[in-house]
Design a protein around this ligand. Structure first.
Ligand code: WTA
Length: 705
């Protein structure tokens, strides 16, 4: 961790604070060691793994991951860099992702659950789908896509579905044909789905009529109509909308069918009963799917992932970091509509013949004991979730895990930096002080984990993601491209120096933006075909400690620049959470004529806590943990944070309210009603004020969705 040696210099002269001195505010955390029972059964216990994957063995070291797959044809070149930075992995190799996730397990695991669907409605029993059943369902769906829709290898299909078994069935059916799926998170609006249809050039949209969310049955079919309208306005015609039924015996949507365009999948499938479709043997570098993610401009980027490299990487990391064995019951609470769900609900776990749980609804429905009841009922022994979910479960049900008899051997967090306070609750209460926790840092673009502790080998350090994964060689650069080595004590931009098999191949339809966004910043020779010249720019601020544990400070666009100094929003939020009454904290920048930007803090309190005196306590905590430079302009206690339906706090909305600017479209939030409440609280009951805001405020937090 950073040296504290420079700490004293800053007293009395804030304006001369360097980034180094900001960074030293992190305090070194106590480490925790994996328990011997876990180590005894772990997949990765060889301490020489880092050597096996060291630079001298690169890129051949990644054969180890690729060898976990079944190839139709072995590759000839492990890494081709001739079109840098458009890397090609396992060139010459051929395989099929659906075969690897389904067919190859039949001999040994035919009758074992591949997926277990848990309805949000607790009255409904869980529904297990064996590998044999999955095989049949994927084949029938593939036959339908090929013979009824006329889809073929290389076509794109947009899938806008909730968390149901039919979603992985549809994805794997596409993969079987070499059709490129583009899954849009079910909680996105019809318009957002339409924009992604246009960008990907899909002719077919696959959806579901409805689903449960927080106890309500939502009409989802209506979004398909909006998506088709939006797409056609922009010149893309959806020829067929395929609609899965949420219930066998009734419709979940009152929205009428459009004659000639809309078809019920469950009816169509009757014609394809028992049909088998041979898996199409795909080139390793053929695209498997697109996953849209937001960038620094308004237009989402379609991240294109490969078949061989991607599947090898998620399989390897699922095996070694999540420690998945075929005997495990694995539950990742993310949504399949995000990259986490693609890599670590569907492709990684199924390639390893695990049992993967799919939960339809909200973790706290009908009460915060729900996740622990599901874990108990299904015998879940590997649990994967996000810091936001952890904070929210801790907020509403801090004692709930104690009531249920589940036992996790390992747990993962992903998606945001986790505050040590929240980490400790996860470890002590959810994990009963014995479960190994990995904090996995990665991105939509990277396919799989970049940094994490190796669960049986590395001690855990709350608030730090961990050392680089085997075969990943990070570097932290300052703005000028100067390297900040581990232990430098200064935060900078984290980059990955080398290609790895899970890295995305390009932005669909926009290769220039791909190079510009991810490689241009630190590349000095555009013509080079040597990978050493192309560090991947991750867009995250990070501090690399002497022990090579990475501390991710958040998106570089989430950084608040106070009087010329960079303060990680997460750093301030973590300070707020040291106040025991605080359940959740969100920090946003507000424009200040003098100091550029200053932070403002929003907090939600634990149940039953009185607000008196809390703002003062929070301010004091921030000053004590970080320093006066981070003192919030205001601390606002709110009833709840505005959140996306995947549970992320919408800091952009809070920043807009604080800065008296238009907060834009909030219809896709989980709780849009809270926004107006907060606005009135901050701005008073008068009309909505609208001020022109600078770009960084408008974009604030946008990338973290
Ligand atoms: C953030 C999600 C800290 C980071 C897999 C990254 C994290 C962005 C962590 C990518 C972590 C993800 N610790 N920050 N363990 N994991 N992030 O594309 O800012 O939805 O750039 O992928 O989430 O989010 P994305």
């Amino acid at each position: 961790m950073a040296d504290a040696g420079t700490q004293n210099q800053k007293e009395g002269d804030e304006s001369r604070l360097s980034e180094a001195e900001i960074a030293v505010h992190w305090k070194e955390e106590e480490v925790y060691y994996p328990n011997p029972r876990f180590v005894g059964q772990a997949n990765l216990t060889d301490p020489n793994v880092s050597d096996r994957f060291s630079e001298k063995n690169f890129p051949e070291c990644f054969r180890e991951y690729a060898d976990l797959l079944s190839w139709d044809k072995y590759w000839t070149t492990t890494l081709d860099t001739s079109k840098a930075p458009f890397w090609k992995w396992f060139v010459g190799g051929k395989l099929n992702a659906s075969f690897n996730c389904v067919d190859r397990h039949l001999e040994k695991y035919r009758n074992k659950a591949a997926l277990i669907f848990v309805s949000e409605n607790e009255e409904d029993p869980p529904e297990a789908v064996t590998y044999q059943e999955l095989y049949i369902r994927v084949n029938e769906m593939a036959a339908l896509l090929r013979d009824f829709c006329g889809l073929k290898t290389g076509d794109r299909v947009t899938i806008h579905m909730p968390m149901v078994t039919e979603l992985p069935v549809t994805m794997l059916a596409c993969a079987r044909l070499g059709v490129i799926h583009s899954v849009v998170f079910g909680g996105f609006s019809g318009e957002a789905c339409g924009a992604r249809i246009v960008d990907s050039g899909s002719r077919v949209l696959i959806t579901m009529d409805g689903y449960y969310r927080s106890g309500k049955l939502l009409d989802h079919k209506v979004n398909a109509d909006i998506a088709c309208r939006k797409a056609s306005e922009e010149g893309t015609k959806i020829e067929k909308v395929l609609i899965w039924k949420r219930f066998r015996d009734k419709s979940a949507s009152p929205t009428p069918m459009v004659e000639g365009r809309d078809f019920i999948v469950n009816d169509l499938l009757k014609k394809f009963r028992g049909h088998l479709v041979p898996p199409v043997s795909m080139a390793a570098e053929a695209p498997l799917f697109l996953m849209y993610t937001s960038g620094s401009t308004g237009k989402p980027k379609g991240c294109q992932h490969s078949t061989g490299g991607y599947l090898a990487y998620v399989t390897g990391t699922s095996k070694y970091i999540q420690d998945i064995h075929p005997t495990d019951v694995y539950w990742c609470m993310a949504d399949i509509g995000w990259i986490t769900g693609h890599s670590y609900i569907v492709y990684g776990p199924l390639a390893l013949a695990a049992t993967s749980v799919i939960y339809e609804g909200v973790p706290t429905f009908p009460d915060p004991g729900r996740p622990w009841r599901i874990a108990e009922q299904l015998g879940v022994n590997i649990f994967h979730t996000s810091p936001t979910a952890i904070r929210s479960l801790r907020k509403v049900g801090p004692e709930e895990p104690k009531k249920y008899h589940y036992r996790f051997k390992c747990m993962t967090t992903v998606g945001e930096p986790i505050e040590p306070e929240a980490w400790r609750w996860y470890y002590e209460v959810v994990g009963r002080g014995e479960t190994v926790v990995t904090d996995t840092w990665w991105q939509t673009e990277t396919g799989g984990f970049l940094c994490s502790t190796k669960p049986a080998l590395d001690p855990m350090k709350p608030g730090s993601t961990g050392p680089p994964m085997p075969g990943i060689y990070p570097v932290v650069y300052d703005e000028t491209g100067k390297e900040l080595p581990p232990g430098a004590g200064r935060a900078g931009n984290v980059c990955i120096r080398n290609p790895w098999p899970g890295i995305f191949q390009t932005i669909w339809g926009d290769p220039d933006r791909f190079v510009r966004t991810y490689y241009a910043k630190y590349n000095k020779d555009k013509t080079s075909t040597d990978w050493h010249d192309w560090p991947y720019f991750a867009g995250d601020g990070a501090l690399w400690a002497k022990d090579r544990y990475m501390r991710i400070l958040g998106r570089v666009d989430d950084v608040i620049n106070v009087a010329g100094h960079r303060l990680g929003t997460k750093e301030i939020e973590s300070a707020c959470l040291t106040v025991p009454e605080v359940a959740e904290a969100a920090v946003v920048p507000i424009v200040d004529a003098e100091r550029g930007r200053v932070p403002e803090v929003y907090i939600a309190l634990k149940p039953g806590v009185k607000p008196e005196g809390i703002p003062e306590k929070v301010t004091l905590a921030v000053e004590t943990v970080i320093g006066k430079i981070a003192r919030p302009r205001a601390v606002r206690i709110v009833p709840d944070m505005p959140k996306t339906r995947s549970g992320k706090i919408m800091r952009r909305v809070l920043a807009s309210i604080s800065n008296r600017m238009d907060y834009g479209d909030i219809t896709t939030l989980a709780n849009p009603e809270v926004v107006e409440q907060i606005r009135v609280q901050v701005q008073g009951a008068g009309p909505v004020e609208k001020k022109a805001a600078p770009e960084d405020i408008k974009r604030f937090g946008q990338d973290s969705g």
